[in-house]
Ligand binder design. Structure first.
Ligand code: ADP
Length: 436
């Protein structure tokens, strides 16, 4: 029974190296012999000890040896120790057989052989155990690493989700702000939009129904035309202001030599103002910087011109009927603590109607028109609000001082730097080369 157990044990130890079909034969024949031993007296079965040893015991041992050899060749875990242990055991068994068959004079080494084999099994077991422990430690280290990397991934995902959430929230807030600006502006200009429309409707209906005589019709047609121009301008201004307020307008800021730029603008608009009996005077600023240097300001040429043009056109508008008038464009420099930067204050001063002191705080508000002025002067009431928005985009400000009957002084404060003209022009040229 021990031999059957040994064969079964080795089969289990190296299942890929054993011969599956052979084991039942061993089990059956060894079982049969065990039954024979149990069933017959010692006198009888003892006679069959040699055939048993050679015919059954030896083949099983050779089979076990064969499995261990194959396992050792295939470098299975613990196979060298197993093979050596079993060889030792097998040698003692052979020696015992030789002793029983009278070939050698002493016996009893089998127990030592078995002990040696068991010791190698123990060694194997402890080796396997150590290996299992090491393996499990390695696996747990690996697992910790995997968990850490997962945690890191989760952290990264969470933070990117949070960022996305913040961006969405900001986008939402921005949309709400734009919506708010638009609806406010529309509510504010609604009255001014509807007034010319009502007039246009009334005049045209009167012409159609002949309430207005043929002689008067051209005059009313002219009024309709004027109101539609007003409406057009108002709509343009509303759109422009709403785009400025909501940040939909892109500003192409570039470093511009500001004094030559203003000089050029003044010359351009001087011809236009002269047709309104107004003289536009450009005054060169006092040079508070070295002669070889220039004042540079980061401006969007077209948008900034819109501000200057609006101030000139207001100066003309609110001077008309006051006799010959003057518009002065002049500027003064305010240096900051650093000697190479500061603010240029650009004035557009007129000799027009002036503005009552009580109205000064309101005139940059959207849709504000000084009471009583509206009837005589055409305007949208949005021009100065637009100017203020444009100046804010230039990191600047616009303000006014005025005296009723004396004229008004609108002034813009613009950040400027004093630089080497050649260096900036050279750098700009290089920027253009690179497609900037
Ligand atoms: P508007 O289209 O009515 O001119 P603005 O926003 O340009 O609108 O100006 C707002 C108001 O400020 C005007 O209605 C006018 O009463 C006053 N105003 C603006 N510029 C001048 C000026 N140069 N002189 C006197 N009043 C002015």
């Amino acid at each position: 029974m021990t031999i059957i157990s040994l064969a079964a044990f080795v089969n289990k130890q190296y299942p890929q190296d054993g011969i599956v079909r052979i084991f039942p034969w061993f089990a059956a024949s060894l079982g049969a012999f065990a039954a024979f031993v149990l069933a017959t007296p010692a006198k009888i079965y003892t006679q069959y000890m040699v055939p048993y040893v050679i015919g059954l015991l030896l083949p099983v041992f050779l089979y076990v040896l064969y499995i261990y050899l194959r396992a050792a060749i295939r470098r299975r875990v613990g196979s060298p120790a197993n093979m050596i242990g079993f060889f030792g055991f097998f040698a003692t068994v052979i020696h015992e057989i030789l002793y029983y068959t009278g070939f050698v004079s002493f016996g009893g080494l089998v127990s030592y052989g078995l002990l040696f084999f068991l010791l190698t099994q123990l060694l194997n077991l402890s080796l396997m155990f150590t290996r299992a422990v090491t393996q499990s430690e390695l696996l747990s280290v690996e697992l910790t690493k995997v968990i850490e990397s997962q945690e890191e991934t989760i952290r990264q995902r969470t933070s990117s989700l949070q960022m996305l959430n913040v961006q969405l929230e900001q986008g939402n807030q921005e949309l709400l702000r734009i919506e708010h600006v638009r609806s406010n502006l529309l509510a504010e200009v609604y009255h001014d939009l509807s007034t010319p429309i009502t007039a246009i409707k009334g005049f045209s209906k009167a012409i159609m129904t002949h309430v207005i005589s043929k002689e008067e019709a051209p005059m009313y047609a002219n009024r309709i035309y004027e109101r539609s121009l007003m409406l057009e301008k108002l709509i343009d201004n509303v759109i422009e202001l709403s785009q400025l307020k909501t940040g939909e307008v892109r500003f192409q800021l570039e470093q511009v030599p500001i004094v030559p730029y203003l000089r050029q603008l003044s010359q351009r608009y001087a011809a236009e103002t002269s047709t309104h009996n107004m003289t536009l005077i450009w005054e060169e600023p006092d040079c508070a910087w070295p002669a070889e240097k220039q004042l540079f300001a980061a401006i969007d040429r077209f948008k900034f011109e819109r501000v200057v043009a609006n101030l000139i056109s207001n100066a003309v508008k609110y001077s008309e009927g006051e006799g010959e008038g003057f518009i002065r464009i002049w500027s003064e420099m305010r240096l900051s603590n650093r000697s190479d930067e500061g603010h240029l204050i650009i004035h557009v001063t007129d000799t027009g109607t002036g503005i009552p002191e009580s109205e000064l705080p309101h005139i940059f508000k959207r849709q504000y028109r000084i009471p009583g002025v509206q009837a005589s002067k055409k305007g949208s009431g949005l021009g100065l609000a637009i100017c203020q928005e444009i100046m804010t985009h230039h990191q600047g400000e616009i303000s006014v001082s005025s005296e009723l009957g004396q004229g008004s002084d609108f002034y813009m404060t613009l950040p400027v730097t004093i630089r080497d003209a050649a260096a900036v022009i050279d750098r700009d040229a290089k920027g253009e080369e690179h497609g900037n």
